[in-house]
Design a protein around this ligand. Structure first.
Ligand code: TGC
Ligand code: FAD
Length: 388
């Protein structure tokens, strides 16, 4: 099949620089030629295509907008466009890049010591090392401030106890950025695979994000040296700051999933005949296609403006929350509509909308649920937080 041509009804591409368009097209080709031939089997098997990680590193797709040793240092808008192309392939592919870049490299670059940056950033950017981010616990999802995982001082070390659940890349990770309660408030630790008392487990039975590694991190008296604590991460706002970066990428990424659903439904509707005519000729089918394209176009406008603000150093939580909330719900709606247009064929893995639909059920929950983002924007405009 020919490479994806893009969905750009309002010609937003005209507002992109040559560099931004060039990166987008390179990633588009990578997804079409290298990832899409693999995704069906990985989704079935419940595995991530680890063989692509070095290639993603070489292309600058890991931590693409991070500034630091060995990092690509591209613009925020370029990072968004990369996420969009990756998630057109699968939310699991974008998740891998989001976690590695926004949730592992970003906190190291922002809160880490010079030694931590020199040691980890080049390896993570190249994909030679893999990271994960442990904030959520079994009893504390939307309310991470209640975390039970804790660390106490013992000489020059910390003794870490507790567990983290629902962690992307958990079983593949060489290093986990782990958030724990300490006498000094919430702190971040770089917990390395092989440290005594640190184990990981796989979560089985997911119907969503199957081409992604999701697991549990368990800490049983893990001795972590002070040199593995992130020195500038002080309090709950440190992990919440990382979330802003990842939510930004998700708000862009899901446009790709929606665009793939729209593109698939449009092609199918043009070819599938019922009552002696292509189903695309029926008014109700056209209404669904127009609704999808309109919502995708609105989401693209939101994302591009958010990207330009970020590149001007403006990335406030409520702006990112509004885009994450709107764009994920939009993408899930597009996936369900595309599935409907495909009729029975839409419930098989021969077509992508069913896979995107299942994936987006996770994306609407992780990185702050749809409702939590409603409350973040609600608190901003009323001045009255309604979380508790
Ligand atoms: P609250 O009192 O509001 O805030 C505590 C301090 O943090 C600051 N803050 C932020 N700073 C930067 N970025 C943000 N997004 C921030 N949100 C809050 C805040 O200003 C305050 O600072 P200070 O100086 O006053 O101390 O805290 P709260 O406990 O009331 O919680 C607020 C709430 C509910 C919004 C927050 O807990 C929240 O965002 N909950 C959702 C949890 C969440 O999103 N978890 C995601 C886990 S990671 C994940 O899902 C990865 S999926 C990856 C993938 O595969 O792609
Ligand atoms: P809960 O917080 O129990 O929420 C359940 C329901 O209650 C939701 O509808 C929610 O909106 C609602 N609710 C909760 N509080 C309120 C309120 N105050 N007002 C109104 N409604 C409310 N976490 C990580 O730390 N790292 C990862 O890498 C990671 N990867 C993930 C990968 C996958 C595939 C999934 C599914 C999750 C992942 N998560 C990760 C966890 C994710 O961030 C949490 O699932 C999410 O924050 C929600 O927490 P919860 O599942 O405990 O739901």
């Amino acid at each position: 099949m020919a490479d994806f041509q893009g969905v750009d009804f309002y010609q937003f591409s005209r507002n992109l620089s040559d560099e931004e368009r060039g990166v987008r097209d390179t990633v588009r080709q990578f997804v079409d030629r290298r990832f899409l031939p693999l995704v069906r089997e990985h989704f079935k098997a419940g595995t991530f295509p680890t063989e692509l990680i070095p290639e993603m590193g070489a292309m600058g797709l890991l931590g693409s907008s991070i500034q630091g040793p060995g990092c690509p240092g591209l613009s925020g808008t370029t990072y968004g466009l990369i996420c969009e192309e990756l998630e057109r392939g699968d939310s699991g592919l974008r998740s891998f890049a989001s976690v590695q870049g926004s949730l592992v490299m970003w906190p190291i670059a922002t809160y880490g010591s010079e030694e931590q940056k020199e040691r980890w950033l080049p390896e993570l950017a190249a994909g030679r090392k893999i990271g994960c981010f442990g904030l959520t616990e079994a009893n504390h999802g939307s309310d991470p401030g209640g975390m039970e995982t804790h660390a106490r001082r013992d000489g020059d070390d910390w003794i870490l106890n507790g567990s983290k659940l629902w962690i992307t890349n958990a079983n593949m990770a060489d290093v986990a950025v782990v958030w724990a309660r300490t006498p000094e408030g919430v702190s971040g630790f770089l917990v390395e695979r092989g440290m005594a008392g640190f184990t990981t487990n796989t979560i089985h039975g997911k119907f969503s994000l199957r081409a992604s590694d999701t697991g549990e991190l368990v800490f049983d008296d893990v001795r972590v040296p002070e040199s593995n604590r992130l020195p500038e991460a002080k309090g709950l706002k440190a992990p919440l700051g990382c979330l802003n970066q990842a939510r930004y990428g998700i708000a862009w990424g899901v446009i790709g999933a929606a665009a793939d659903c729209y593109d698939t439904a449009l092609r199918y509707a043009g070819e599938r005949e019922q009552f002696g005519k292509p189903i695309a000729s029926f008014q109700l089918v056209q209404q669904k296609l127009v609704h999808m394209l309109t919502e995708i176009t609105k989401a693209q406008g939101l994302a591009l403006q958010m990207g330009r603000l970020k590149d001007d150093g403006i990335n406030p939580t409520p702006i990112v929350s509004m885009a994450k909330r709107n764009n994920v719900a939009m993408a899930l709606d597009c996936a369900r509509t595309a599935r409907d247009i495909l009729g029975a064929a839409g419930v098989t893995d021969e077509f992508s909308p069913g896979r995107h639909m299942a994936n987006l059920e996770s994306v609407i929950t992780y990185e702050g649920t749809h409702d939590i983002h409603t409350l973040i924007v609600g608190a901003e405009i009323t001045g009255l937080p309604a979380f508790r």
